[in-house]
Design a protein around this ligand. Structure first.
Ligand code: ADP
Length: 516
């Protein structure tokens, strides 16, 4: 019995040792760091650590055994997780924290620490087991995410504030502009109007908001052509530009209004709206009319005495004695030149006033187009030393049109090409047939015209800002040319690059039976 007991005991002992060795091996094979602290000893020192803990912490066993775990935090003591740990240990409870720890070489790592008490049969805590994992990457990702969220929230707050400010800012502009503004929804119902609209049309917001645009007043905007145009604004994004409405408006009487409509481009809440800007141009048009009248009267009045002066000069020239003073003859010649210049300026002004009153008359006749171009170029070339004018291409057309007016257009484009290209010595005329049109292009290599001015130069009296001081002119040549070409059913346009030069082209429709 005794020997049996002893044998059994031996067997048991060797089994326990084997188990212990196995357990230690298992602990060392774990990829989690494991430590055991002895709670019965002062300051709860570490009594065991596995290999993974050495790996995670970078310390040697001798640096670890006998120490309290706090060395892992170095001087980074101000962590709320430490307080959680302290309380759990005090109360003999388990807890999990992510805590900032430092390796022996000072590198920070986030330690996911699970602390669990080991109690004796009386419930007193004997040991604590700490299982640790380096979760630096996860925690860093979480911190980054939190930071990004915070940044995003901050941006949203800023953006909301910015939007509010922009809205207030836009609102103040809309309310102060000196144009009447209306915003329509896609069914042409009025969503809002600005103060200027209320003032100009002498209406209230209640009279206006929620109504269909065409129901307003006494139906002043209920114009089939306007309706047609407005209906294309949203689907095609094409604005309605400079649509004139002359009407007897309720409360404000007979007025001339000009209307522009655009699709509101903002995405989101304000998509699919139409913004209409209306300007009262009654007074402006009246002033323009008076100016035109003045121009017409003045040029007519100037023309008559000038014709008489011209007659006298010719008389003097034909009767001047052969032995007359050379100075006198030269003065007479100069007077003739200047009177001729004055005469053509007045003729231009008369052209403008004739166009204004719709009195420009075309005397259409068949003429050889290419011959007319060659002769006009020759005429100008004789008077021009600075530039060489070349003609290439051909239209091969007998054209039916007002020859003298077309010559006037060509002369104008050529003299502009010469005038506005002081640094170059070439002007090129190119003729071509394009479908049922003849096309003439005049190219110079001079100052060029910037994009904004390209549209305006065909307006009467418009001259490009920096040019007007240096070159003589009245800004009506292109206006007259444009009207002449339009009256022939053609179009005139410019392509230009500042500093490189310009090409003015016009097309004229030809009837096939007139082509050679
Ligand atoms: P004017 O030459 O008398 O000013 P135009 O109506 O012929 O009047 O021309 C209007 C304006 O267009 C000119 O003042 C000038 O600014 C610009 N312009 C016309 N032709 C040219 C050109 N070939 N190159 C550069 N600018 C030009």
């Amino acid at each position: 019995m005794d020997s049996l007991n002893k044998g059994a005991f031996n067997f048991f002992r060797s089994d326990t040792q084997r188990d212990l060795a196995l357990l230690t091996k298992a602990l060392d094979a774990s990829i989690s760091g494991i430590i055991i602290t002895d709670n019965t000893l002062p300051d709860n020192p570490i009594v065991y650590c596995n290999n993974a803990f050495l790996e995670i912490s970078g310390y040697d066993r001798t640096d670890i055994i006998g120490h309290n775990c706090r060395f892992l935090q170095k001087n980074d003591r101000d962590q709320p997780e430490r307080e959680l740990l302290r309380k759990a240990i005090e109360n003999g409870e388990s807890c999990v924290v992510d805590i900032r720890n430092y390796k022996k070489d000072g590198t920070l790592f986030y330690n996911n620490l699970f602390v669990s008490p080991v109690k004796d049969e009386n419930g007193n805590v004997q040991f604590f087991i700490g299982v640790q994992n380096n979760v630096t990457q996860r925690v860093k990702a979480e911190i980054k995410l939190r930071e990004q969220q915070a940044l995003m929230e901050k941006r949203i707050v800023e953006r909301t504030q910015h939007l509010k400010e922009s809205k207030d800012y836009l609102n103040s502009i809309v309310q102060t502009v000196r144009e009447s503004l209306i915003v329509l929804d896609p069914t042409f119902k009025i969503l809002s109007v600005n103060d200027h609209f209320i003032k100009v049309f002498k209406v209230t917001r209640d009279d206006t908001i929620g109504k269909e645009m065409y129901e307003l007043g006494n139906g002043q905007w209920n114009i089939p052509r306007l309706k047609e145009l407005l209906e294309t604004v949203l689907p095609t994004n094409n604005p309605v530009e400079e649509f004139e409405v002359e009407h007897d408006f309720p409360r404000i009487g007979h007025k001339l209004m000009v209307l522009n409509a655009y699709r509101v481009e903002l995405e989101g809440e304000y998509k699919d709206r139409i913004l209409i800007a209306i300007e009262d141009i009654t007074d402006r048009r009246e002033i323009e009319r008076r100016k035109d009248d003045f121009l017409s009267i003045a040029s007519h009045e100037l023309k008559t005495p000038l014709t008489t002066i011209k007659g006298f000069i010719h008389l003097m020239k034909s009767t001047v004695p052969a032995e007359a003073d050379g100075k006198f003859k030269a003065a007479l010649e100069k007077t003739d030149v200047y009177v001729e210049r004055l005469n053509s300026l007045i003729a231009e002004l008369l052209d403008v006033s004739r166009i204004q009153t719709g009195n420009i008359e075309l005397h259409k006749e068949d003429f050889e187009f290419d011959k007319m171009v060659a002769e006009t170029v020759d005429g100008l070339q004789t008077a021009t030393k600075s530039h060489q004018i070349t003609v290439d291409g051909a239209t091969h057309s007998i054209y039916n049109g007002d020859e003298s007016h077309i010559i006037q257009v060509l002369n104008n484009l050529l003299s502009n090409a010469i005038k506005y290209s002081p640094g170059s010595d070439k002007v090129r005329v190119h003729l071509s047939e394009v479908g049922n049109y003849i096309k003439v292009s005049v190219t110079d290599y001079g100052l060029g015209i910037n994009h904004q001015d390209q549209k305006k130069i065909f307006d009467r009296f418009y001259r490009v800002g920096e040019i007007q001081q240096h070159y003589p002119g009245m800004g009506i040549g292109l206006y007259v040319c444009d009207q002449i070409i339009k009256n022939h059913g053609g179009s005139l346009w410019v392509e230009s690059e500042p500093g490189k030069g310009s090409t003015f082209s016009f097309t004229l429709p030809v009837h096939t039976e007139h082509q050679q």
